[in-house]
Design a protein around this ligand. Structure first.
Ligand SMILES: Cc1cc2nc3c(=O)[nH]c(=O)nc-3n(C[C@H](O)[C@H](O)[C@H](O)COP(=O)(O)OP(=O)(O)OC[C@H]3O[C@@H](n4cnc5c(N)ncnc54)[C@H](O)[C@@H]3O)c2cc1C
Length: 479
């Protein structure tokens, strides 16, 4: 482990240049953490600006101590609403069941905070604002990645070439970094068969966030909590979701089912993926007349959504077995692509980049064997949960969307008769670890159920040493 007394090791950390591909939630959070750890980095993002597409993101209690530690929790509170309930309904709006954040178990009392519901664009804007402008390079679509014993060489579509000691792929489901890495491994016959198999694709999805709506017409929008309204429209072969956000806006989403298990080759999927607005309008006509609980049809919400910010996207799922090779490592959707129903995509990519940063500050040297040893620790720590969330999101997707008597029974039992003890066991499992950045001071974690103790790193970033000399003493547990 790097220590403050070991000048060589410290120099190796500080001289390491990291290239992050993708300025989504994972890439931006990775940048913030490297900034705090005083590790040099550059972010390359293919879009010419921050992509405003998307709907709502759920930040669960397990990531909130990190936001608190980074001094961002007040802003998160300002920009988000606490999750109150998911009300599940039939076509005629009759309630099938309700999943509540307060009964039978109050999530805030037990874990020190409710899940926070925030527009994806607001979260990205908040994260991006923490990163010096010159460190994010927009309009850089990564096309090719090559590596040798000494460095990684990255070529972008504008013919620019970038060099780094370590490359972190935070570039989502169709990761170019992953494709480059896998092509090399495949050529050497070292890629597991599963990693070559196509992603599972069962749903098409149409999403948007309205402009502010009139609260006198829709009083429920002013409520403290965000109450999800999910309607299973059996005749239209879809489910649709309305989620109130801060600022009297509604995040909405239509999920259309396909045959279970339909599989497409990655290049076929890629052609139709990408959160593009083009196909969105066409798909919207199919669902405009669906009735919402806001006393209007879905079409009215679509009409209140800024032109071009409605998006059609394919929902895929897949867990990849290969997470790194040499100087290149993958995170987030690039290695565990989940369906959005369990609300895990953003949380798990944040946990990935945090685990990676906590290891990076301990990097012994800038050589491939030491870097690979570190990546192996990251893989061992994060891949079991990555596999679990992919399986879980698939099951939750079935529970929330699938037709049939068996699914109806499971839905009713799960939503109406969940005892407190079972809810507590399930939620405790997700809250054993609420990790923080180990090289800056820890913050107190609220809630009656405390996380497992976390070790402080012996490494303290130079900027922190200059600012707060008293924080150099390593503590062993979260305060
Ligand atoms: C536009 C968009 C909207 C989304 N909306 C929602 C939502 O409403 N609800 C939800 O639960 N989840 C949503 N997601 C998914 C969610 O953000 C992810 O599941 C989760 O945050 C994991 O993020 P990630 O950082 O691994 O990947 P992503 O969030 O997918 O970010 C990947 C980033 O990499 C960039 N990128 C991709 N390829 C390249 C390349 N070759 N070169 C350079 N940059 C590249 C992308 O433009 C993107 O900014 C959305 C994702 C995107 C991209």
């Amino acid at each position: 482990m790097a220590s403050l007394d070991d000048e060589d090791t410290k120099a190796a950390i500080l001289d390491c240049h990291v290239c992050i591909v993708g300025a989504g939630i994972g890439g931006l959070m990775m940048g913030i953490l490297l900034e705090r750890a005083d590790i040099k980095y550059t972010i390359l993002e293919k879009h010419p600006f921050h992509n405003p597409l998307g709907s709502a993101i759920c930040l669960e209690p397990s990531v909130q101590p990190l936001f608190r530690q980074l001094g961002l929790m007040d802003e998160i509170h300002r920009l988000s609403k606490p999750f109150g309930a998911l009300v599940f309904r039939e076509d005629n709006l009759n309630i099938i069941g309700t999943f509540s954040a307060q009964t039978p178990l109050d999530i805030n009392d037990r874990y020190g905070g409710y899940n926070r519901i925030i527009a994806r664009r607001d979260l990205c804007a908040l994260l991006a604002a923490q990163i010096p402008k010159e460190k994010i390079k927009f309009g850089k679509r990564v096309l090719e990645v090559r590596q040798n014993a000494g460095e990684v060489i990255i070529r972008c579509s504008d013919n620019s070439v970038h060099h780094a000691d370590i490359l972190i792929g935070c570039d989502g489901a169709y990761s170019a970094v992953r494709q480059g890495l896998y092509a090399d491994l495949s050529a050497k016959g070292e890629l597991p068969k599963q990693d070559n198999a196509p992603m599972g694709y069962q749903y098409d999805c149409l999403v948007g966030v309205t402009d502010p709506m009139d609260p006198s017409k829709h009083p429920s929008l002013t409520g403290k909590f965000s109450e999800f309204q999910t309607i299973l429209a059996k005749d239209a072969n879809c489910s649709y979701w309305c989620i109130p956000l801060v600022g009297n806006r509604i995040s909405w989403m239509v999920v259309k089912f396909h045959n279970k298990g339909k599989k497409y080759a990655e290049d076929q999927l890629f052609k139709h993926s990408g959160w593009g607005a083009e196909a969105a309008e066409l798909m919207s006509y199919e669902f405009r007349e669906l009735t919402t609980t806001y006393g209007c049809e879905l079409g009215e919400l679509m009409d209140n959504t800024a032109k071009g910010s409605m998006a059609k996207v394919m929902l895929e799922e897949k867990f990849y077995k290969t997470w790194y090779q040499g100087r290149v490592v993958l995170t987030g959707d690039a290695v565990h692509k989940v369906l959005p129903f369990g609300g895990q995509g953003a949380n798990q990519c944040i946990h990935d980049v945090l685990a990676l940063t906590n290891l990076l500050v301990q990097l012994k040297s800038n050589t491939v064997p030491d870097i690979e040893e570190l990546f192996e620790s990251y893989f061992k720590a994060r891949s079991p949960i990555g596999r679990t969330v992919v399986n879980m999101s698939s099951r939750v997707g079935n529970l929330m969307n699938r037709k049939g008597m068996m699914n109806d029974i499971i839905r009713k039992v799960a939503l109406r008769h969940m005892p407190r003890w079972l809810s507590q066991i399930i939620n405790d499992r997700w809250s054993y670890d609420r990790p923080q950045l180990e090289c800056i001071p820890f913050v107190k974690v609220p809630g009656e159920f405390q996380p497992r103790p976390q070790k402080r790193s012996a490494y303290v970033p130079a900027s922190l040493l200059e600012r707060e000399p008293s924080t150099t003493a390593a503590t062993t547990t979260a305060e």
